[in-house]
Unconditional design. Sequence first.
Length: 285
Amino acid sequence: MFQFICPPMPHYINGGEDTYPIGGKHVDRSNIGVFDLIVVTRGCLFMEEAGAAIDIPADHYAILRPDQTHRTTKACTEETHFYWLHFQTVGEWSAAEERLPLTLSQQGQPYAPIDYFPFCLPKHGQLQSPHAINSKMRELLQLRGQPSAHSRWTEQQLFQALFLKLQEESGSAADSPQLQIAEEAALFLRRHYRDPLSYKQMAEELHFHPNYIAICMKKTFGCTPLDYLTRHRIEQAKRLLIHTNDPIGKIAEETGFGSFPYFVRCFSKHTGTKPKAFRMQYRSK
């Protein structure tokens, strides 16, 4: 499974289509620097990547990594038609058997009010409605060669729609129960961040034991409910420090920290600076 941390979103580079006769072979390549999405409409491509076999029959797709070697293991046994599409991302990505915890470093970004999220897609799979994917591929390729900025913008919009549809078609859009519980718990914590953390209230609302909720959050976000809540409170405190003239003691209360000393300790631990210094950094002198 590929996991892309967004934003930034993966972006489209170029694409095309090919038809191989019986005996035809896909070219062998290594470290091409872009992801290669292949969607086969008829026939079958027999390939491998880093020694692992990847057969792509009709109505299936595969995504080849930008940093590995892939080659043909066997010539086509029948006429084979496929679409191909190159894309890349300048954001973080990973490849694993399952979704990885969303743990982002904010070093160098003391104030980054961006809502990051993971976008996951299996490396290969069968399409449930291949005609819908093929239609979007053809629509995207029709813009090829048009030099206008409007066409380039439209290409990226179509690519994002294709990517989302591909996720739906592959069945990976259906979130796991653990992921759903973790996201529901995160929503509960964001709604109640001004209040003292109540594991009992959270468990009653989500209808799961607090220990199981903590396991789900650890697997999804890489942190405990308390850690998640503390980080969210600090982000709210950063916003108030920058955009209001409220006293720091009042901000500590409004963001759920309660006492001023506890707020200063938590803020300094997570940001490397004290609240007053953080405020001065982003305010006009």
